[in-house]
Design a protein around this ligand. Structure first.
Ligand SMILES: [Ca+2]
Ligand SMILES: [Ca+2]
Ligand SMILES: [Ca+2]
Length: 843
């Protein structure tokens, strides 16, 4: 039950809010706190704690942000140059940030270098409201008049279906974007990132501009939901409300005022009044393993509490009986862990509950969804990933599941050589030479075979695909999984889910990965950085991968959208490109993975195994020479040297591996222990014993995490959340425990599963889509994200840290990749971990 009192709002517009009488005389002033943001009980206002400095321009997590009763519902407060900016529209640089606690204000300097345009935004706390003021020392540049405005963006999923009242007129935010637009000449379009275009104008030379949903001077949003109620008043300029989803499905609702022409000084002033519910206390978040528990495993729930909440000394476990009745079967003490960033944490150990059955946790008035205790609860944790997510991400084939085609055969026209000196929008680039025999835009034959889509996008990241082949080989050699629920026919270029074909799926997936890497080696001569989109307007594609390009070869002699008489080519420049600047360390890694994969493929596909080995030897020789001649030294990749030793038995690789692993372990066991342990089956007993101090060091590291955070796992604070580190942590524990159970107990591995399956900050949903839980996450950043859906088996990056103290994982809004995207690399790592975990647990 939520402990809250509701504040009443007059429905009609009023210049002052009348507060309902309330017994708490709480101070609601928005004051700057020690962490340099404005805060009262239910509201945090962050002013450029997070700047527009991520790798991808507008990531919808920067500028002026509001965390409203625990949910970050507002962001993007900045001078912007269009009505509903997209990811690749220009963002301002933050040139200064000054916190003035004396007058309760934060001032930031913003600048558009492209237009030599500077502005200052000053946010001042005024009672329970705050003012946003824009100051100009020089007027808006003439070319930006009518384009430069102040924008503030509101999270659609927290506002849709709710009402708003603009200048007294009631309206409703819609669930889906349906509003008016106008087509304007491209000459009026503000240039986008590096001159790329997010849209295909179909030859009209026009861009689409959304028209406002409503215009006024005062807007009261969500008066029907006190947790979201917010009022914005503009002193002079019109407030325009737009729906950003019209141009891009990941757009937000945008409130915007244009900056006036020819003026300096204070040119804009908005007053913002976010409602703070009297005495609001966030509901406890009881973290537990949604997948359940084995009877004799440790069972510890971590309860995340508002710092204003009183800690209760006890919690209970209730059992759901066969007849639907419930009974409290255990009540035990809670154990205070203490504060971690924004919240307080207590733990509740209920390991004593061991009888198989269905249970839930009760803490005060809060109770969780149910979970199962039984021996077999973890048996299926990898099935969705291996049966569904991985095959759906197979490139260059059609993927069918029951009545649904996930995608047809993509990129039938193949890949063109990327032109020299190309700076790409997905952080790649083609250097001053092609390093191939091909000229820019010439077809490189044979590349449209095998390989995996990178993530929520459809490129082949070669480095990541190499890692996938390496991991699938390791899975095959360590666990030999015979699971067969996928039909793969490389000749038909057809994959059917849930259809056994008599061949183990892992070996088919491995073959599919190897096909593309071998094709790159044979046709490019070395590894590309990536095989990816050439035009931005098809990079952000959502839906069937086969429709990203037209499947026809690009012929510049034809007009755009024109097809040749033979139907084989078109004048639409949509073909994918291969970025081929040579990187010998990438070739070295490819050589390693191909050597390993050729072992696994022998007896299954002897021809591919032989081609893989041949390319491996050539790439290894060339990469070694290139690295030596460039002074970079050969073979700095310890895992590669190990694999090469396993494949060839040559002493030089063993010596190099041993030398590197010793040096690396003496620096720190944390990053290199897995590689060191992987070598054990190929080394003597003395080698294994020599690892003992490193394993002991890793055990200290595991213990130290218990005091680092309440969950006892590594928690990342970067711009891409940290499930991947938890998966690696779990994998290392599984391997270390299998070789050194006297140092690292297998129980430590449950910390990783519990975190992934629901025992983590913000909410308690399983981060793995559709896996064995009462409440897995519902939305992920996959290629079906516009449907607010997921692809089963995906592992979300998870809890994204927003500076200075907020973890979040939206489960009603999939579009933030740093918290909701899954990658082929990450999900194959999860598969490796899951199989190692089940193996360790004897399942
Ligand atoms: Ca990508
Ligand atoms: Ca199969
Ligand atoms: Ca084409």
């Amino acid at each position: 039950m939520i402990k809250q009192f509701f504040k009443l709002f007059p429905l009609a517009a009023a210049s002052l809010f009348v507060f309902a009488a309330c017994n708490s005389a709480e101070n609601k002033d928005l004051k700057i706190n020690d962490l340099e943001y404005f805060a009262n009980r239910g509201v945090n206002v962050l002013v450029y704690s997070n700047t527009f400095s991520g790798g991808f321009n507008d990531e919808k997590d920067s500028g002026i942000e509001i965390i409203h009763h625990g949910v970050r519902t507002v962001q993007g407060g900045a001078i912007r140059l269009s009505n509903t900016p997209e990811q690749w529209d220009l963002v301002p640089a933050t040139t200064s940030r000054e916190v003035n606690t004396d007058d309760n204000s934060i001032e930031v300097g913003l600048r558009y270098d492209d237009y030599d345009f500077d502005s200052r935004v000053v946010v001042t706390g005024k009672g329970d409201a705050f003012e946003i003021a824009v100051y100009l020392d020089k007027p808006v540049p003439a070319e930006l008049v009518g384009d430069a405005g102040f924008n503030l963006e509101f999270l659609p999923s927290q506002y849709w279906l709710k009402t708003y009242i603009i200048d007294g007129k009631p309206e409703r935010f819609t669930r889906y974007a349906v509003s008016n637009t106008v087509a304007r000449p491209n000459s009026e379009k503000i240039k986008q990132y590096k001159g790329y275009k997010t849209y295909d104008d179909r030859g009209t030379d026009q861009f689409v501009d959304p028209l406002p949903l409503a215009t006024g001077h005062e807007i009261l949003m969500a008066p029907d939901d006190p947790e979201r109620t917010i009022k914005v008043t503009s002193e002079g300029a019109d407030l325009n409300l737009y729906d950003g989803r019209i141009l891009a499905q990941n757009g937000w609702f945008v409130l915007r005022s244009l900056l006036p022409a020819g003026q300096t000084g204070k040119v804009l002033s908005w007053t913002i009044e976010p409602n703070s519910i009297d005495g609001w206390i966030r509901e406890p978040n009881i973290g537990f393993s949604q997948v359940g528990y084995m009877p004799d495993q440790p069972k510890v729930a971590v309860i995340e509490l508002d710092k204003n909440d009183k800690i209760l000394g006890k919690a209970s476990i209730c059992k759901v009986n066969d007849d639907g009745s419930t009974k409290t079967v255990y009540t035990g003490p809670t154990d205070t862990w203490g504060p971690y960033f924004k919240y307080n944490y207590v733990k509740f150990d209920f390991s004593k509950v061991q009888e198989p059955g269905v249970y839930f946790i009760k803490y005060g008035d809060t109770q969780t969804g149910n979970f199962i205790i039984n021996d077999d609860v973890y048996d299926h944790i990898t099935d969705a990933t291996s049966d569904v997510w991985i095959p759906i991400h197979m490139n260059h084939v059609t993927v069918n599941e029951g009545y649904r085609i996930w995608h047809g055969e993509p990129f039938r026209e193949g890949y063109l050589q990327a032109p020299v000196n190309t700076d790409h929008f997905d952080l790649h680039g083609q250097g001053p030479t092609t390093d191939t025999k091909y000229k820019g835009l010439e077809l490189i034959p044979g590349l449209n075979v095998g390989g995996y889509f990178d993530a929520g996008d459809f490129d082949i990241e070669t480095g990541s695909n190499i890692g996938v082949v390496q991991n699938l080989t390791s899975i095959w050699e360590r666990f030999h999984p015979m699971r067969d629920y996928t039909f793969v026919d490389e000749y038909q270029r057809y994959v059917d889910l849930h259809r056994p074909d008599g061949k183990p799926d892992i070996i088919e997936y491995l073959e599919h990965g190897v096909l593309n890497i071998v094709a790159q080696a044979e046709n490019i001569g070395h590894m590309s950085q990536t095989l990816t989109n050439s035009v931005l307007d098809n990079y952000h594609h959502l839906g069937d991968a086969a429709s990203i390009t037209d499947g026809l070869h690009y012929d510049p002699r034809l007009k755009p959208y024109q097809k040749s008489a033979d139907g084989k080519s078109s004048g639409t420049p949509d073909d994918m490109w291969a970025f081929t600047s040579r990187n010998p360390s990438s070739d070295f890694r490819a050589a390693t993975c191909l050597a390993a994969a050729s072992r696994a493929l022998k007896g299954y596909n002897d021809d591919l195994a032989a081609r893989a080995l041949k390319e491996s030897k050539r790439l290894l020789k060339e990469a070694t020479e290139l690295m030596q001649s460039s002074g970079r030294g050969a073979g700095n990749d310890m895992a590669a040297n190990l694999q090469l030793y396993i494949s060839t038995g040559e002493q030089q690789y063993l010596d190099r591996f041993k030398d590197q692993i010793n040096r690396s372990l003496s620096r720190s066991a944390i990053n290199s222990l897995t590689t060191a342990l992987e070598a054990i089956p190929y080394m003597d007993d003395a080698y294994k014993e020599s690892l003992r101090p490193a394993v002991e060091q890793y055990k200290h590291y595991i213990d130290s995490l218990e005091t680092d955070n309440p969950y006892g796992v590594p928690i990342g604070l970067g711009n891409w959340a940290g499930s991947g580190s938890v998966v690696s942590f779990g994998s290392t524990i599984c391997m270390a425990s299998s070789y050194f159970p006297d140092i690292i107990s297998k129980d430590e591995a449950f910390k990783a599963t519990s975190f992934l399956f629901g025992c983590h900050p913000y909410h308690n949903y399983s981060l793995v889509a559709a896996v064995g839980a009462a409440r897995p996450k519902q939305v992920f950043y996959g290629n079906n994200r516009a449907d607010l859906s997921f692809i089963p088996g995906n592992v979300a990056p998870g809890l994204l840290f927003r500076k200075p103290d907020h973890f979040e994982n939206y489960d009603d809004w999939p579009f933030l990749w740093g918290q909701n995207e899954g990658t082929i690399g990450g999900n194959v790592s999860y598969l490796t971990f899951g199989l190692a975990f089940k193996n360790l647990m004897g399942r």
